[in-house]
Design a binder for this molecule. Structure first.
Ligand code: ZN
Length: 514
C-alpha cells in the first residue's frame, strides 16, 4: 500500500493494510502467470506447451486460492465499516473494486479455474498449429471444450438461461455492460456505418494503396517501429518489443510492460500501425499508479474497453493523421532508405486511410473494422447460448463475411481461425474493441477542444501534450472511477457513437471527395 492513505490506529485501517498485503500476494502470482504467458507467445519452444499449461494452471489456482480466502471477506467488512478510512476516495475505490472482484472470484471453484487455465493454454497451442495449416477440424474439439467451460463459468455467475450466459461474462471485460446496451450502441453505429461504407465504395476518388505495396526489409522496419514507439512515449527501460503470431501488450509488473508486433516485408505501415496500437496499451499500463500501489485494485485499468480506447487512439486518431505522417515520412525515409524513396506524407496518409473490406480484422480499415467485431459478437453469443455448434462455425462465419463485407473467405486461416481470443477463452471480449473505439473518438474530440495546437504538434514530432492529457485524466486514475463515470468526467457526456461518426466524416469525406 502507499503511504499516507490511512491512519493506522483504527481497527479498519489495520484490516485494510492486511487486505492490501493479501491482494499484493495474489498480484505477484498473477504477474508470474503473465510472464509465462508472454514467454509462451514469443520464445517458448513448440514442445514446451504441455508443461506450460500445467505451470499456468498451478499458478493460476494458487492465485485464485490467495484471492478468495474466506478471511478476506472479514477484512473487507472491517475496512468498509470504518467511515474515517473510507472517506479517502482512493481507499473507497480500492474497496469497491476489490470487493467486486472478490465476489466474482469466490463464485468460481478452484477446480474450474485450474481446468479453464490448462485447457485454454493447450487450446492456444492447438489454435496456432490449426491456423498455420488452415485446419479448423484440428481446433474444433478445443473450441467445443472452451465453450463448454465458459458456460460453466457463466453458470457460476448465476446465468440459468442460455440468453443470460453472455451478460454473466461481460463483467469480466467491461464492468456494468450488458448485451442490451451493447445491442443498442452497435445498432446505432451499424445503421450509420453501412451506408457510409457503401458511399465510400461507390466513390471514384479512392486513394492509391501503392505505398502499402513497397517491400521493406524487416530489420529496417523494426528500427522505425522502435523509433516511433519511443517518440510517442513508450519507455524502453520498462519494456521491450518482440514478435508474436498475434500482437499483444502484457503488463508483467511495475517497470515491466512488454509489447509484441508482427512484420511482413510488404505493408510496412500495417506493422507500424500494430506497434502504435500496442504502444497505446503500454502507455496506459506505464502510466497507472502501479509503482506505489502494485496489487491494489485501484492501480489497475478501468476496463478492457478503456484499455482499447488508448490503443485505438494512438493507432488511428494519431497514426492515421496527416500531421503524423508529415513528421513520420521523413523519419521513415531516413530509416527505411531507398525502399520508400519518393513516397510523400500525403500519399501515405491516403494509403493508410483507404477504406476497403478486408478478410483480416487487424488489417482492416477503421470503418469496416466494426463489422468484423459485430460478426464475432453475434457468433460467440450464439455459440455460448447453444444456438451455433462450434462445428458449424466456419460456415456461419463465411456466410456473414459474404453478407456483411461482401467477401468470399478462401480458407479458415483467413476466416474463423484468424483471431487468438476464443482459444484463450476470451468469450465476451470482442465488443470491447468497438466500445473502446467509441471511447477513443470521444476522448479525441475532448483532447482537441482542450489542446488547440494538438495536431500541428504531431507534424513536429510532439506527442507529449497528448500523452500528458491522457495520463492526467485517465492513466493515473487507474480504476478509481467506473468506465461510465470516467468517460463522463473526461468528456462531459456519456458514451455515444456520435464522435466516431464525426471523426470519420471529417477525415474521410475530403479524402474521398464525397
Ligand atoms: Zn488492443
Amino acid at each position: 500500500m502507499s503511504q499516507g492513505d490511512t491512519d493506522s490506529s483504527t481497527p479498519g485501517a489495520a484490516a485494510y493494510r492486511e487486505l492490501l498485503g493479501e491482494l499484493r500476494q495474489a498480484a505477484l502470482l498473477r504477474s508470474s502467470v503473465a510472464l509465462l504467458g508472454w514467454d509462451q507467445e514469443t520464445y517458448m519452444p513448440r514442445r514446451g506447451g504441455a508443461l506450460r499449461a500445467e505451470q499456468l494452471a498451478q499458478l493460476e489456482s494458487l492465485a485464485h486460492r490467495q484471492a478468495t480466502q474466506p478471511k478476506l471477506a472479514e477484512l473487507f467488512e472491517a475496512a468498509e465499516s470504518d467511515a474515517e478510512l473510507t472517506a479517502d476516495p482512493m481507499v473507497a475505490a480500492n474497496l469497491r473494486e476489490g470487493r467486486r472482484r472478490y465476489e466474482r472470484a469466490v463464485r468460481l471453484p478452484e477446480e474450474l479455474v485450474r481446468e479453464f487455465t490448462e485447457t485454454t493454454s493447450l487450446a492456444s497451442e492447438a489454435w496456432r498449429d490449426a491456423r498455420a495449416q488452415s485446419d479448423f477440424s484440428a481446433f474444433q474439439p478445443w473450441l467445443t471444450k472452451v465453450v463448454e467451460l465458459t458456460r460453466r463459468k457463466a453458470e457460476c455467475h448465476g446465468a440459468s438461461a442460455p440468453g443470460e450466459m453472455y451478460d454473466a461474462l461481460l463483467d469480466d471485460y467491461e464492468p456494468g455492460a450488458d448485451t442490451a446496451s451493447i445491442d443498442r450502441v452497435f445498432g446505432e453505429l451499424r445503421d450509420w456505418l453501412v451506408p457510409f461504407a457503401a458511399e465510400i465504395a461507390a466513390s471514384p476518388g479512392a486513394p492509391s494503396d501503392a505505398p502499402q505495396r513497397l517491400r521493406v526489409p524487416i530489420e529496417r522496419q523494426k528500427e522505425l517501429n522502435a523509433l516511433v514507439a519511443e517518440r510517442i512515449g513508450y519507455d524502453f527501460a520498462s519494456g521491450r518489443v518482440d514478435i508474436s503470431a498475434h500482437p499483444f501488450c502484457t503488463f508483467i509488473g511495475p517497470g515491466d510492460t512488454r509489447i509484441t508486433t508482427r512484420y511482413t516485408e510488404e505493408r510496412f505501415a500495417d506493422a507500424l500501425s500494430s506497434t502504435m496500437h500496442e504502444t497505446g496499451h503500454a502507455l496506459y499500463d506505464q502510466g497507472l499508479p502501479k509503482d506505489t500501489r502494485f496489487g491494489e485494485p485501484v492501480a489497475d485499468v478501468a476496463s478492457h474497453a478503456m484499455h482499447e480506447s488508448q490503443s485505438r487512439l494512438w493507432e488511428n486518431q494519431v497514426g492515421r493523421s496527416q500531421q503524423f505522417w508529415r513528421w513520420a515520412m521523413p523519419e521513415a525515409r531516413r530509416v527505411l532508405g531507398d525502399a520508400v524513396e519518393g513516397v510523400t506524407p500525403e500519399a501515405m496518409f491516403g494509403a493508410v486511410n483507404r477504406v476497403e473490406p478486408s478478410l483480416i480484422r487487424v488489417d482492416s480499415d477503421e470503418v469496416t473494422y466494426h463489422l468484423h467485431i459485430m460478426l464475432r459478437y453475434d457468433l460467440e453469443r450464439a455459440m455460448l447460448a447453444g444456438d451455433l455448434a462450434p462445428a458449424d462455425l466456419p460456415g456461419a462465419w463465411n456466410e456473414r463475411m459474404k453478407r456483411d463485407l461482401g467477401l468470399e473467405v478462401p480458407d479458415d486461416a483467413r476466416g474463423c481461425l484468424q483471431d487468438v481470443h476464443w482459444s484463450h477463452g476470451y468469450i465476451g471480449y470482442f465488443p470491447t474493441y468497438t466500445l473502446g473505439t467509441l471511447y477513443s473518438a470521444q476522448f479525441w474530440a475532448a483532447a482537441r477542444r482542450d489542446l488547440p495546437d494538438l495536431e500541428e504538434g504531431f507534424a513536429r514530432g510532439e506527442f507529449a501534450p497528448l500523452l500528458e492529457w491522457l495520463r492526467e485524466r485517465i492513466h493515473r486514475q487507474g480504476s478509481r472511477f467506473t468506465p461510465p463515470e470516467l468517460v463522463e468526467r473526461v468528456t462531459g457526456a456519456p458514451l455515444t457513437p456520435r464522435p466516431l461518426m464525426e471523426y470519420f466524416e471529417e477525415r474521410l469525406r475530403p479524402l474521398y471527395g464525397i
